[in-house]
Design a protein around this ligand. Structure first.
Ligand code: GLU
Length: 310
């Protein structure tokens, strides 16, 4: 058994035993019923070797992790012009905060807070029907993960559509500054659906490989994005990937990462591995409690923090 296999096995066993699991998100009613005891971890190294354990093949709602892929896709469509409509500074605010938007005239701080991700979705939607835009996003994920079985959980999307009052407020507010081009309901429809994409840890780790390997899928050798773009997306994941818990995540884990309220985290060890972890219970900032602890242990034991040491 390789060192990585052993480390993953140990961490999964340790996390499954813990009783401190955080709180499952309930503001999207469909997510409230997810088993808080679930825990999965998948790591794919530079040679394509997979180490995984626990519920690593169970699908969960990727929620905000989709924002990494919509950002990548939108940059591919319009390049750096994207940064005219959204910033790239940490927000220091909760994921659904509206206060900064007023001070900053409808321009969201970064593409990973809800407001910023709604703008990115609006960019992808322009010139398309909502169904086409959603199809493009889903096919991009299927391509990255090399898995055409990835789908959208329609019940989760409908649940968020019914209760997404905050996101409606954010979108309408930005629309008042003409930051959104499309009808608010169209943009939000696409946004809610891409957040409702369901994937397993294994599929998610597969989809993240290009970020760990200078923009290239290491198994096929195909360049997904230029190395410079992969580096920059990783930088935004490091500084903005965990809302107002981003500093704490960098301090404890030391890897670029993106969390979602479904309890998943995609983390990138540049040059080394793509990692996905899932545990539905969240901490106060809305990030997976055990997911973060597991990643902290993984980087320590493997010596993978981008800041060196362990
Ligand atoms: N769809 C969720 C929302 O907009 C995503 C939030 C998250 O995962 O952080 O509220």
């Amino acid at each position: 058994m390789s060192k990585l296999d052993q480390v993953v096995k140990d961490i999964v066993a340790e996390m499954q035993e813990r009783s401190d699991r955080g709180e499952v998100a309930t503001y999207i009613p469909e997510l409230a019923g997810v088993d808080p005891k679930a825990f999965g971890l998948a790591v794919i190294d530079a040679d394509g070797q997979l180490a995984c354990g626990g519920d690593c093949d169970t699908s969960f709602s990727i929620q905000s992790i989709s924002k990494v892929f919509t950002l990548t896709f939108a940059l591919g469509m319009i390049g750096d012009r994207l940064w005219r409509r959204v910033g790239r500074e940490p927000s220091g605010s909760p994921f659904n905060s509206i206060v900064q938007l007023e001070r900053e005239r409808g321009i969201p701080r970064n593409p990973f807070i809800n407001a910023g991700a709604i703008v990115v979705t609006d960019l992808i939607l322009s010139g398309h029907q909502p169904r086409e835009a959603l199809g493009e996003i889903l096919r991009f994920l299927q391509f990255l993960a090399d898995d055409s079985s990835i789908t959208i959980d329609a019940a989760v999307a409908a649940s968020e559509n019914r209760t997404g009052f905050r996101n409606r407020a954010l979108a309408n507010y930005m629309k008042s500054f003409s930051v959104l081009e499309n009808p608010v309901d169209f943009t939000l429809g696409v946004y809610f659906h891409h957040c409702a994409i369901a994937m397993s840890c294994r599929q998610l780790a597969m989809a993240g490989r290009f970020l760990a390997h200078h923009g290239r899928n290491p198994s096929t050798g195909l360049l997904v994005v230029q190395p410079e773009r992969a580096r920059r997306i990783n930088a935004i994941m490091l500084t903005c990937g965990h809302y107002d818990g981003s500093g704490e995540f960098a301090y404890r884990v030391g890897l670029p990462g993106k969390s979602g309220v479904g309890g998943g985290i995609l983390a990138i060890a540049p040059g080394r591995a793509s990692i996905a972890v899932w545990s539905p219970g969240l901490d106060a900032a809305g990030n997976s409690h055990l997911g973060r602890l597991a990643l902290e242990e993984l980087t320590k034991r493997m010596g993978w923090s981008i800041f060196g040491g362990n």
